[in-house]
Design a protein around this ligand. Structure first.
Ligand SMILES: C[S@@+](CC[C@H](N)C(=O)[O-])C[C@H]1O[C@@H](n2cnc3c(N)ncnc32)[C@H](O)[C@@H]1O
Length: 307
């Protein structure tokens, strides 16, 4: 089976002819073939996921993990410097190649070990072009290596790029990208748990988080308050959204169990819906990609703007 341009268009809720050329190029250049596993293989995958969720391997996210992230990004920073600032070295290690993935509420076996990364790149390009083209600057909070900003900056060179993260090594990596590549990009320290009210965000700034706000668990309120006070043009969160799983489906149910075990993001959608009902924000789109890694779906979108 092949995940085609028509499948991506259906996923985004548009006609295939409305897919931007940049997305079509990404789709054409990647191998999106996959197979449904045979029953015995499917059982093996499910058992493996259940054993992992029940083990003590999945650790809880939260404020206690700052040193762990710093260690992770300082190693990545070393590799980036040693490679003489090759942008390919910015692909984070948590996108694990060569694993079964989840697609349309099933586990499937991709032929291409980099299927997950390639699929995510198409979604990132589509939503970036759709929502950030009118902005002057793009701020990614919890930016890690900055690889999302680099990709979106190449698609939209007019954007001033700002990477924010609590890890000093992540910020240093982002500043080095700006020094060694032809991109307007800077890195600054920022903590979701204690947002810096003096940070310059203006009415023409776009804001995004990508699998980063997940790390705050239920403690995302301070960041949303910060955004409400700053009133940027648009806010996009690509995060695991527990509320969008159908827990009557086995594959979704296991993702929800994994999500809860790790203590990932909770309460964001209900809060945004309350704010929308009170006329304080407009929710422009909430969409599930029906796609994810072995353990859960990190690629759901909610896009909103302050009113
Ligand atoms: C899973 S990574 C995602 C990185 C990047 N957005 C990406 O897509 O590759 C989560 C990121 O959130 C950052 N992070 C976690 N908790 C944070 C906090 N309280 N404040 C700021 N950044 C945080 C981590 O340092 C890490 O860079």
């Amino acid at each position: 089976m092949n995940y085609s341009a028509e499948d991506f268009a259906r996923l985004f809720g548009i006609a295939p002819t409305a897919l931007p050329a940049e997305c079509l190029d990404l789709i054409k250049s990647a191998d999106f073939n996959y197979e449904q596993p045979a029953p015995a293989k499917r059982d093996e995958i499910i058992l493996g996921v259940m054993k992992h969720v029940d083990s003590d391997q999945p650790t809880q996210v939260g404020a206690q993990r700052s040193e762990l992230w710093e260690r992770c990004w300082s190693e990545n920073l070393q590799n980036f410097v040693t490679s003489e600032f090759e942008l390919e070295k910015l692909v984070p290690k948590f996108i694990k190649p060569g694993q079964p993935i989840r697609l349309n509420q099933q586990y499937v076996m991709p032929r291409n070990p980099a299927f997950e990364l390639a699929f995510f790149q198409v979604c990132r390009a589509y939503y970036g072009l759709k929502y950030f083209a009118q902005a002057k600057s793009l701020h990614e909070f919890g930016c890690g290596t900055g690889f999302n900003l680099v990709a979106l900056g190449k698609l939209m060179p007019h954007l001033q790029l700002h990477g924010l993260d609590w890890s000093p090594s992540a910020c240093e990596m982002v500043n080095l990208i700006g020094k060694h590549h032809d991109l307007h990009i800077t890195g600054t320290r920022f903590d979701f748990f204690a947002p810096d009210a003096t940070l310059p965000i203006t009415a023409d700034s776009a804001v995004m988080t990508m699998v980063a706000l997940e790390q705050t668990g239920p403690r995302n309120g301070a960041f949303i308050d910060f955004l409400l006070a700053k009133r940027p043009l648009i806010c996009l969160h690509m995060e695991p959204l527990l509320d969008l799983y159908d827990e009557n489906n086995l594959v979704d149910y296991l993702a929800a169990r994994y999500h809860r075990k790790r203590g990932y993001l909770s309460g964001l959608l209900p809060r945004l819906r309350e704010l929308a009902a009170a006329g304080k924000i407009e929710i422009l789109e909430t969409r599930r990609m029906f796609f994810g890694s072995l353990y859960h779906e990190g690629y759901s979108f909610v896009v909103w703007r302050p009113l």
